[in-house]
Design a protein around this ligand. Structure first.
Ligand code: FAD
Length: 287
């Protein structure tokens, strides 16, 4: 079994991975080969030690080279669930993967697009975060897809192979969905409504009847990812050593709170990795 699974390839996750590598631990790092849009899209970074006035793109390249040097690969799968199973964790991905580890570090960042009213209420009752898991349930149906990143467009393509009509609420520029089933909407909905299941997406000027709603964001809300995780004001609550309320589950970076900065994320990733090493030693003593 792996010592640790790290979720997120931003500053927090990468820093944790480098520290675990330096400590000889086995781990998987989940995220994107492009690391994080919050790195690549930064125009100029002026507050990171040793790299004055670097572009986000060059910062990204430097980190990618460092990962190659350290022989760390990124598993490009989106984690859909983390399950505490006594002395280990099960980690499931939207691509159908399942992995186990003795500990977990959540470095999944925060999504700048807020949740829509009704979203949480209808999770599992017509609201889904996973196109590949739930798309087939909407064969011949009408769905709305709220998508925050161009990188997730392939998931909309997957949904188009099942649904008859797709309202794409696009929260990004340069939409490239040529499918005739897709109607692009450029406004944020006010709320989701329904009785037992979601059946309406309500905008300021219109209401769309739907059979389901897919919310495609770069990151999944922490409470959706890990059942029972303690969150306050949208941030994961941790101790000084980045331990969450779930034993063996640590968190680092933007997902634990402000300030949203690379240095803070990298620092917390480092602390979380050291805490994982200490946790693994304790577990070994107990066994
Ligand atoms: C445009 C812009 C410019 C910025 N400029 C600066 C700056 O100049 N200086 C500064 O200090 N800070 C800056 N920031 C803030 C900085 O980007 C963040 O604080 C930092 O990226 C946080 O790192 P993180 O690792 O916590 O999260 P993120 O960088 O958000 O990384 C999270 C990663 O986790 C992945 N992920 C999420 N959920 C899952 C999942 N379920 N499965 C697999 N992977 C998942 C995401 O795809 C992403 O790759 C800027 C932010 C933006 C948006």
């Amino acid at each position: 079994m792996l010592d640790c699974i790290i979720i997120g390839s931003g500053a927090a996750g990468v820093s944790a991975a480098l520290t675990l590598r330096a400590n000889g631990k086995s781990f998987m790092l989940f995220g994107s080969a492009a690391l994080s849009e919050k790195i690549s899209k930064a125009e100029r970074i002026r507050n990171y030690m040793g790299l004055p006035n670097i572009s986000g793109e060059d910062f990204c390249k430097a980190v990618q080279a460092q990962l190659v040097e350290a022989e760390i690969t990124i598993t490009q799968e989106k984690v859909s669930g983390v399950y505490a199973l006594g002395d280990k964790f099960g980690v499931a991905t939207q691509e159908g993967g399942y992995y186990e580890s003795a500990s977990v570090i959540l470095g999944c960042g925060v999504e700048s697009v807020k949740q829509i009213e009704g979203e949480t209420e209808f999770v599992g009752r017509g609201v889904s975060y996973c196109a590949t898991c739930d798309g087939f349930l909407y064969k011949g149906k009408t769905i709305a897809v709220l998508c925050t990143s161009k990188r997730l467009e392939h998931e909309i393509g997957h949904l188009c192979s099942f649904a008859d009509k797709v309202y794409l609420i696009a929260m990004y520029k340069d939409v490239e969905m040529g499918d005739e089933k897709v109607e692009i909407i450029r406004k944020m909905p006010l709320k989701l409504e329904g009785e037992k299941r979601v059946d309406k997406v309500v905008f300021a000027d219109k209401t769309l009847p739907v059979d389901g709603v897919f919310v495609l964001r770069e990151s999944v809300a922490p409470t959706v990812l890990v059942g029972g995780l303690r969150v306050e004001n949208g941030h994961i609550v941790t101790t000084r050593n980045m331990q969450t309320n779930i034993e063996g589950c640590f968190a680092a970076g933007d997902c634990t709170g402000r300030p949203y900065q690379y240095a803070k994320a990298a620092g917390e990733g480092n602390i979380a990795a050291h805490a994982v090493c200490a946790y693994l030693s304790e577990q070994k003593k107990k066994a």
